[in-house]
Design a protein around this ligand. Structure first.
Ligand code: BDP
Length: 701
């Protein structure tokens, strides 16, 4: 298999008993309704059942002679069926669904229903997934609703089809042939997203190009929106703050200027005339050189609310990003977004949601959760995760990201006492928020398997599942994904699941152990560059983050340092601030410590660091071995691809270990401990490596 089918490559059911059960339970299908959404629902059923059962299941009107599958919006259910699901229906949120086995006479019927057509589609995808996982379907009682309103991908796709931080080829969107040519990819993209409950997509890079808002391009956006609509997916656009100047001919983009407001009002109306269900704008303003309200001495509230006013009549939303850090305040970049945004709590209009990255720096292999979560009780906050692996090995390394997402979502903010997890901030339950959401920076490109690495598909899948329900476990997600994507054979599932669940920690160990962060080579972020210290802004330099010197290493964020800890609840500030209670995974994030500081296991910090780097390498080696043994269980094409990629990962893990340890040794002046394999090249060699054509690099604007 070339992997194009993702987790939707419905395989024939091999187990005879199970196949009989399925065939008996599904002697025919009664599907009511013919909306565009129900048409694609029907198509999916035909495709999935045909492939898994090896035969067509007929569509018929309801009769009481055999078991059937009933698929319909609740408004179309007959009263005898409705009464059996009525209580469940009342529990559903928008787009939630029910899959329930009911009895009428001597027959069993499986009902898939929802108050919304899209919910019916979600129910069908979930039902097919149960079968893909070889689960029994004779006695079902599933009531499931999305816990978040906005579940979306953020594509960092440029209009020339390059993808910022994209490692799986070029952008899916072919702006040149749109709107007349509809690539099958667009449809398959929508299907895949709908299958995991994703309901929005921002098509363009947050480093935005105003041209996408011109009539010529809006026609093309409309064509995509039309393709996605039946699948319940809304289109969003990134809005460049200076668009009124660049494409509108105004001489200002000041958000308090009446002409500017009117320009956005008109632009928004123009968009809604074409795309009545347009989702809204995603905005990166006054961040890394992007224009914004501060250019006019206004603030984030002024900027966001101005756009929100334009969108409100159409129920559109503004997703205003909190990824800001100023070049004028360089004491600690980790503190800046909180300092800038928390004072505005309660001032944003109702259709504004502030989009916050999971950590305060930037999508590192590990970061403590962002202190803004829980700290703005009156403002909707949405999570931004990165699915593309800018800092976790591009599309070359296997690092199952739902493990990272789970760690962040289950972190306790203590903002309303113990148990105030980030997941509860995000799903709105902690502070009773009206608008909720999660965004994932897409890892998708036009590579044949969409994500480059076959296991990158699991990150996309897992993101979608967590956006649906941020309380799910990474373990259950891995299990579902492996079964749907590869095999139901326990001999395959056990080892592969273990490998996936451990993979993210491996990357942390061989790149950024013990709380180190942002020591990537500059610009492209490919490979180690802890020595880089010559970039114009201090907080762009790795040396700013590790602060290694002869006395030690780490960023002091306690009271004696930047005191970033004060932005967290007192319980956490106390826990992280005290060396006895600070978890060692976060040690150098919060503390600057001597090279001979004693770790919990008795090793010095220096030795402990070396052994972590080594463990990362060893674990990748084990992953290579595990994967080799998996050959009998899956197709040779994907097996071979993963084998080759794991070997690159092993090579690069060693590169990280060697380069970082040699560099840090110039400060510690200590020998490498026993148990760490000695580098076979010099520091000068590693420093001399240059990658001008590394993929995904950010364009110069
Ligand atoms: C950083 C990326 C940069 C993005 C920026 C952002 O290196 O390419 O533009 O985040 O999120 O991680 O805006």
């Amino acid at each position: 298999s070339n992997g194009y089918d993702l987790w939707l490559g419905y395989r024939q059911i091999e187990n005879e008993n199970l196949l009989n059960e399925y065939v008996n339970t599904l002697s025919y299908i009664h599907l009511e309704g013919d909306s565009e959404t129900l048409k694609v629902t029907k198509k999916e059923l035909i495709k999935g059942l045909m492939a898994m059962l090896g035969k067509n299941v007929p569509f018929k009107n309801l009769e009481n002679s055999t078991n059937s599958l009933i698929v319909a919006n609740s408004k179309k259910l007959s009263s005898s069926i409705l009464e059996k699901v009525n209580d469940d229906l009342k529990e559903l949120n928008k787009d939630g669904f029910i899959i329930k086995t009911i009895r009428i006479g001597k027959n069993k019927h499986t009902v898939i229903t929802s108050n919304d057509d899209v919910g019916v589609l979600y129910g069908v995808f979930n039902f097919l997934r149960l079968m893909q996982q070889n689960k029994s379907i004779t006695n079902l009682s599933i009531v499931d609703s999305p816990k978040l309103d906005v579940r979306m991908l953020n594509h960092w796709d440029n209009m020339d089809r390059t993808v910022e931080r994209g490692f799986a080829g070029f952008s899916l969107w072919n702006w040149h042939t749109l709107p007349d040519y509809i690539d099958q990819r667009y449809i398959d993209y929508a299907r895949a997203n709908a299958s995991i409950g994703i309901n929005g997509t921002a098509l363009t890079n947050v480093n935005a190009n105003a041209l996408v808002l011109t009539p010529h391009y809006l026609e093309k956006v409309k064509a995509l929106a039309d393709v996605f609509r039946p699948y319940g997916i809304k289109v969003y656009l990134t809005a460049r703050f200076s668009a009124p100047i660049e494409i509108g001919g105004l001489d200002t983009a000041d958000p308090l200027n009446a002409d500017v407001q009117e320009w956005w009002n008109n632009k928004t109306k123009e968009i809604y005339d074409l795309i009545p269900d347009f989702g809204g704008f995603l905005v990166k303003a006054n961040s890394e050189g992007q224009p914004g309200p501060q250019n006019y001495n206004r603030n984030h509230v002024d900027g966001a609310n101005m756009m929100a006013k334009s969108l409100a009549p159409y129920k559109g939303i503004v997703m205003w990003r909190a990824f800001v850090y100023s070049e004028h305040d360089s004491t600690d970049r980790a503190k800046q977004a909180y300092s800038e945004f928390v004072p505005y709590d309660g001032q944003f209009l109702d259709n504004v949601i502030v989009q916050v990255k999971n950590g305060a720096i930037d999508f590192q292999p590990r970061e403590p959760f962002h202190p803004m979560f829980g700290a703005m009780p009156k403002t909707p906050l949405m999570m931004e995760f990165q699915i593309t692996k800018e800092y976790l090995g591009f599309a070359t390394h296997l690092a199952f990201l739902p493990k990272l997402y789970e760690e962040v979502l289950s972190a306790d903010t203590y903002r309303k006492g113990k148990g105030s997890t980030v997941a509860k901030v995000i799903d709105g339950s902690l502070h009773n928020k009206k608008l909720t959401g999660m965004a994932g920076v897409s890892n998708i490109g036009n590579d044949i398997n969409w994500t480059g690495h076959p296991f990158g598909q699991a990150d996309w899948y897992g993101f979608g599942r967590l956006a649906w329900n941020p309380h799910l476990s990474a373990e259950s997600i891995a299990d579902e994904w492996i079964r749907s994507t590869f095999s139901n054979d326990e001999k395959f599932i056990g080892p592969v699941k273990k490998m996936m669940l451990e993979s993210r920690e491996m990357v942390v160990n061989y790149m950024n152990p013990l709380g180190l962060h942002h020591i990537f080579d500059t610009g492209h972020h490919y490979g180690p560059g802890p020595w880089v210290g010559n970039l114009s802004r201090p907080e762009w330099n790795p040396v700013y983050y590790h602060k290694a010197d002869e006395n030690g290493i780490g960023f002091d964020r306690t009271e004696t340092g930047s005191n970033a800890l004060e932005q967290y609840a007192p319980e956490l500030a106390a826990m992280w601030g005290n060396l006895d209670t600070c978890p060692e995974i976060d040690l150098l994030w919060f503390h600057h410590l001597a090279w001979d500081y004693t770790l919990k296991d008795g090793n010095t910090l220096w030795d402990g660091m070396a052994l972590k780097y080594q463990k990362g390498v060893d674990d990748v080696q084990n992953m290579v071995t595990t994967w080799e043994a998996m050959k009998p269980y899956i197709d040779s094409q994907r097996h071979n691809q993963v084998s080759m990629l794991l070997k690159i990962q092993l090579k690069e893990a060693k590169w990280w270990r060697n380069a970082c340890m040699l560099y840090f040794q110039t400060f510690s002046k200590m020998d490498f401990p026993e148990g760490m394999e000695k580098p076979d090249k010099t520091l000068e060699h590693y420093k001399s490596l240059k990658f001008p054509f590394a993929p995904g690099i950010r364009p110069r604007w």
